[in-house]
Write a protein that binds this ligand. Structure first.
Ligand code: PBG
Length: 332
């Protein structure tokens, strides 16, 4: 039997043929751009730790969101920096809270872009933890134990206030047990059954959130988040966490961070049929930026490669600070 010799002719194949057989492509359609919003007017404060990330006031944010919309980015994710923080994180669920005001302004003034809100308390609590503190274990590391039930109530109130302000989707990131169920119930009971929940299902206690905490001013004042965020060494636990969120009614599940957790993305993708999001977090973004600034690598190529890897691992949606830059590149 004679077979024609089919050798991969990689070197000779034209770019068109490469396109034809390409298994993964990054599209603007799958990107979500995160934004930080604070009180004030005309604010556009660069965040020292991350080149290219800013804190905006509502008026300047509206312009940024409009620009994202015109680049074809389908959604933005909002994080709020409140004027004052307190123990109960009351700025998170205030009717006139910063995120609530931002959502209303965007929905009034920008068409054709979805507004997703982060639902957590860490930016709003004076202690910087993601929920209500039950006790602090008196040891050198000051381990923090959260009051889960009390936290759920506040998270539900927060999500509801975001929906009332006009949010298209809410994204709980506190890693409180039962947060998806509590939020789903609060939304359903108040005629917001059409507002989906994107759950941060597998959220690891990661060093890669460093720059974010500077941007959002949400570093814990004592202790760390290891009692409620996952151990980076665990993979099967991520599947269990995702299964719980699916049961509780999540519409989209998420793995976070992304780059150091590509195996987790692949595992979760294989097990569940829901759309899967991955958060290309601040530290992953900052690494590429910093290396590029030092002339160590080509920023555009590195960014595209990272996003393609996250897609290839199985993410349908990528939350990334690269969104506008990549959208410009892809729109060319
Ligand atoms: C918590 C939250 C964090 C991030 C998103 N939501 C920080 C944390 O858990 O400390 C990190 C995102 C990033 O690093 O880009 N509200």
């Amino acid at each position: 039997m004679h077979y024609p010799l089919y050798r991969p002719k990689r070197m000779r194949a034209s770019e068109s043929l490469r396109r034809l057989v390409r298994e993964t492509s990054v599209s603007v359609d799958s990107l979500i751009m995160p934004f930080f919003v604070r009180e004030g007017k005309g604010v556009r404060t660069p965040v020292a730790s991350v080149p290219g990330i800013f804190q905006f006031s509502v008026d300047t944010l509206v312009k940024e969101v409009r620009a994202a919309q015109s680049l074809g980015i389908p959604a933005v994710l909002l994080f709020g920096i409140p004027g004052v923080k307190d123990r109960a994180g009351s700025g998170a669920y205030a009717q006139d809270g910063i995120v609530q005001k931002a959502v209303t302004a965007i929905k009034e003034r920008v068409r054709g872009i979805a507004v997703v809100t982060d639902v957590c308390l860490c930016e709003y609590t004076s202690h910087g933890h993601c929920g209500v503190i039950k006790k602090v274990v008196k040891s050198s590391s000051r381990q923090v134990v959260l009051d889960n039930e009390a936290t759920l109530e506040l998270l539900a109130l927060t999500a509801l206030s975001h929906a009332q302000a006009g949010a298209d989707m809410v994204a709980p990131s506190a890693m409180a047990d039962g947060q998806v169920r509590a939020i789903r119930a609060a939304l359903d009971d108040n005629d917001f059954s059409g507002v989906p929940v994107m759950a941060y299902s597998a959220k690891y206690a990661s060093a890669f959130y460093g720059p974010f905490r500077q941007a959002a001013g949400s570093a814990p004042q004592f202790g760390d988040r290891r009692s409620y965020q996952m151990d980076p060494a665990n993979a099967r636990e991520a599947v269990r966490e995702a299964a719980l969120d699916v049961q509780e009614g999540a519409d989209i599940i998420m793995v976070k961070p992304a780059l150091a957790y590509l195996d987790i993305i692949a595992k979760v993708k294989e097990r569940f049929d829901l759309p899967l999001a991955a958060y290309n977090v601040s530290g992953e973004f900052a690494m590429v930026k910093a290396a590029a600034r030092q002339g160590m690598l080509d920023e555009k190529r590195a960014a595209l490669e990272v996003l393609a890897a996250i897609k290839r691992a199985g993410a349908d949606i990528i939350i990334t600070y690269f969104a506008p830059q990549i959208a410009k590149l892809l729109n060319k």
